[in-house]
Ligand binder design. Structure first.
Ligand SMILES: Nc1nc2c(c(=O)[nH]1)N[C@@H](CN(C=O)c1ccc(C(=O)N[C@@H](CCC(=O)O)C(=O)O)cc1)CN2
Length: 286
């Protein structure tokens, strides 16, 4: 049964090790990759993810800058910080931790980040490049899922991939990446009629809905690969995915757990994107 479980912790460890070695090489050429992370407010989960990003950046030998701003921060003040970081040559990646407090327009903020430093891949320029099949930064969670699938030997060409969720961060970029690998892609969402009849056709099922245990055995075809993007804090205080793991495990050929599946890949791919950004910048200037 265990061979079915895709170990995101282990794959993310490998990616981070690879990034660390490449950082050392780049530093030897006089270029230290730098990541700036901005956290606005006191959301405990966001604070924990930012702490984890900071520790990982440092562990991989990169330069880290974390800017913590209070909950009442104005949009203008946040925009000012982003402009400063856009102009800072020591910073190759800029990330604003989401979600942001209500007084701040998320899209306005994302659009202010220089596209060449947008290691989250959320800027409209990078989203457009992904759509057009051009090189650019790809959002870390779907990018991490592609790496997990590849390193687990999952073939995508000619397969039916069903993505449940249409967010700009996961669902939409995920569907583009699967399409690039010649999968036949269906995107489902909250208004999809008779969801199980569609998800049951999936060879690869990606659940990114944000509702605990929403995907049950009745949604899954025998032998499907099931990727769970959900991170829902349950009433028991524990993390739960969008997939009812116990119900789906006997049906799936491969499945990602929560925790320890997609989540750790998000931070590993952020490190890979920051390295790539530094490489691009340093090559251009040297
Ligand atoms: N600017 C961004 N904001 C947010 C992103 C993002 O990619 N960019 N994604 C999420 C949060 N996130 C990173 O920021 C993130 C979520 C989860 C994990 C993770 O490793 N999860 C672990 C469990 C951790 C725990 O115990 O709490 C797992 O699933 O095993 C990493 C990063 C929203 N905001």
């Amino acid at each position: 049964m265990d061979g079915k479980i895709i170990d995101g912790k282990e794959i993310s460890r490998q990616i981070k090790e690879e990034v660390k070695q490449e950082v050392e090489q780049l530093k030897a050429e006089g270029c230290t990759p730098g990541l700036a992370v901005i956290l606005v407010g006191n959301d405990p989960a966001s604070a924990s993810y930012v702490g984890s990003k900071e520790r990982t950046v440092q562990a991989l030998g990169m330069h880290s800058e974390v800017i913590r701003m209070d909950e009442a921060t104005s949009e203008a003040k946040l925009l000012g910080e982003i402009r400063r970081l856009n102009d800072d040559p020591a910073i190759h990646g800029i990330l604003v931790q989401l979600p942001l407090p209500d007084q701040i327009d998320e899209q306005r903020i994302i659009s202010e980040i220089a596209p060449e430093k947008d290691v989250d891949g959320f800027h409209p320029v990078n989203a457009g490049k992904l759509m057009a099949g051009l090189p650019g930064f790809v959002p870390c969670t779907p990018l991490g899922i592609m790496v997990m699938l590849e390193r687990s030997g999952v073939v995508l060409e000619g397969k039916h991939a069903v993505v449940v969720g249409r967010s700009n961060i996961v669902g939409k970029p995920m569907s583009m990446l699967l399409l690039q690998k010649n999968a036949t892609v269906t995107v489902c969402h909250s208004r999809t009629a008779d969801l199980p009849s569609i998800t049951k056709q999936a060879d690869i099922l990606v659940a990114a809905v944000g509702r605990e245990g929403m995907i049950g055995g009745e949604h899954v075809k025998e032998g499907a690969v099931v990727i769970d993007v959900g991170i829902n804090r349950g009433t028991d205080g524990k993390l739960h995915g969008d997939v009812d793991f116990d119900a789906v495990l006997p049906i799936a050929s491969k499945i990602t757990p929560v925790p320890g599946g997609v989540g750790p890949m998000t931070i590993a791919m952020l490190m890979a994107n920051t390295l790539e950004s530094a490489r691009n910048a340093c090559r251009q200037n040297g």
